[in-house]
Design a protein around this ligand. Structure first.
Ligand code: GTP
Ligand code: MG
Length: 440
């Protein structure tokens, strides 16, 4: 998988290693090699440009981490940027607030929608859920049978729709939903029709199904082997039907990587799973960081880099602890804390050492899921340094400006400020101070 890209990137890095020192000139040559590797792998041109610019900027301007050589530092930057364009964090499927969650799979013909529907069902079943498979391919009665066969192999329930049902999709969907509620099926995984090309008819059909179904997530299924075509069609599905997530299939084949590396940046949607074989158990959660490391190879250097980063993280954590002790816990510190949580769950670790109940009960309630942390960070980013140091400045009109700047609702800005104050209050409690004094 992605072997060729991997080999070419490694060649670029090997070249730099041979040089020993990073200069503008040899960096330019390495970047040229990296650019060619990407283009060869059929990565979207815009993505290649962004990637190149960011690496150049960071390699020439960033301070090299202690204990890393300049070349190792460049490797770290390449890995970080690779992770970034792959989507940075792990993204799980969204779960509906009230069950059942409904996942609607869309995509072109033959990309692997039906196979993926079955794979997802198996994953949920293994996780102790009771999934229900449904095919809403309104044109092809044989699609029902394909799903039935897969379902019976996996002992997963498949909702059987008659040709008459398929003529009346709204009534059929109501029937499915009420049956799912009655039998406590959760989630419902809905397979849909594929077409060779995107046409108006398919899009209207999918839009209609989506409106009746009201899915928790529409998942675009793309064939990684088709490279930029998969990216282009993802864009069209995103525009015309609306998608929340991406699953890339056939990454076990000789896919060159272009689809995986362009998808998220071009569509703005995360890849959540990847298909790595035809068998029902060959679906994996997509870990951008692992994928980046796999593409770069060089396990030894990467683990060295990770160690160096741990030291930095530890220093940052110490710095925050020091500031906490001084009680001037600003929004800047809060943001740094959020970043750390996102990276390594350090605050949750601190919390896990605390006695339950009491002052910490409220803190545990704060919902630090990945998405929220990203939004909170975006909000803090939109504040001026003054506001971060002195949150009391943030009045109504500033809140609106910050909301606008970060693309988040004002209510979320309020929520963030509330949680920040909550945390600050807890920081002042004697129990917390005692805990902090025990930190390294
Ligand atoms: N190697 C490999 N093959 C896959 C993967 N996912 C699906 N396939 C194969 O791709 C082919 C098409 O899969 P389907 O699931 O029928 O595709 P579909 O999107 O439902 O197709 P239509 O319903 O005709 O639009 C089958 O031969 C699958 O076995 C994968 O991750 N790896
Ligand atoms: Mg199918």
């Amino acid at each position: 998988m992605l072997d060729q890209l991997s080999a070419r990137l490694q060649k670029a890095i090997k070249f730099l290693r041979g040089e020993g020192k990073i200069t503008e000139k040899n960096l330019a040559e390495a970047l040229r090699m990296i650019r060619l590797a990407f283009l060869e792998a059929d990565v979207n041109y815009r993505v290649v440009k962004t990637f190149e610019t960011r690496i150049k900027e960071k390699a020439l301007n960033e301070q090299v981490l202690e204990s890393l050589t300049p070349v190792q530092h460049v490797i770290k930057i390449v890995r970080d940027e690779l992770t970034q364009i792959l989507g940075e964090n792990l993204h799980q499927l969204k779960i509906a607030d009230s069950p059942p969650s409904i996942y609607m799979l869309v995509g072109l013909q033959g990309v692997g929608k039906t196979t993926t529907a079955a794979k997802l069902a198996l994953l949920f079943k293994k996780g102790g859920k009771l999934p229900l498979l449904v095919s809403l391919d309104l044109k092809r009665p044989a699609a029902q049978q394909q799903l039935q066969v897969l379902g019976s192999q996996l002992s997963v329930e498949v909702f059987n729709l008659t040709p008459r049902d398929l003529d009346r999709p709204q009534a059929a969907i109501e029937k499915i939903l009420s049956s799912a509620r009655e039998h406590k099926f959760d989630p419902i995984i809905v397979d849909t029709a594929g077409r060779l090309h995107i046409d108006q008819e398919l899009m209207s059909e999918l839009k209609m199904v989506k409106d009746y179904l009201n899915p928790t997530e529409v998942i675009y299924v793309g064939d990684a082997m088709t490279g930029q075509d998969a990216v282009k069609s993802a864009q069209e599905f995103a525009e015309k039907v609306g998608i929340e997530a991406i699953i890339l299939t056939k990454l076990d084949g000789d896919a060159r990587g272009g689809a995986a590396l362009s998808m998220t940046m071009v569509t703005g949607k995360p890849i959540k799973y990847i298909g790595v074989g035809e068998k029902p158990n060959q679906l994996e959660l997509f870990h951008p960081d692992r994928m980046a490391s796999r593409i770069l190879g060089m396990g030894d250097v990467l683990s060295l880099i990770e160690k160096a980063e741990e030291v930095v993280d530890k220093k940052r954590a110490e710095e925050i602890a020091r500031r906490l002790r001084r009680e001037d816990f600003t929004l800047e510190d809060f943001r740094e804390q959020l970043r750390q949580i996102r990276k390594m769950g350090s605050f949750s670790q601190i919390l896990s050492h605390m006695p339950g109940g009491g002052v910490f009960k409220n803190l545990r309630k704060i919902n630090f899921d990945d998405q929220k942390i990203i939004h909170f960070e975006a909000i803090i980013n939109s504040m001026t340094p003054k506001e971060r140091e002195n949150p009391r400045l943030i009045n109504g009109s500033r809140r609106r400006r910050i909301a606008l700047g970060s693309g988040r609702p004002v209510s979320e800005v309020n929520q963030l400020l509330k949680q920040y104050l909550e945390m600050k209050k807890v920081m002042k409690k004697p129990q917390f101070k005692k805990l902090l004094s025990n930190l390294p």
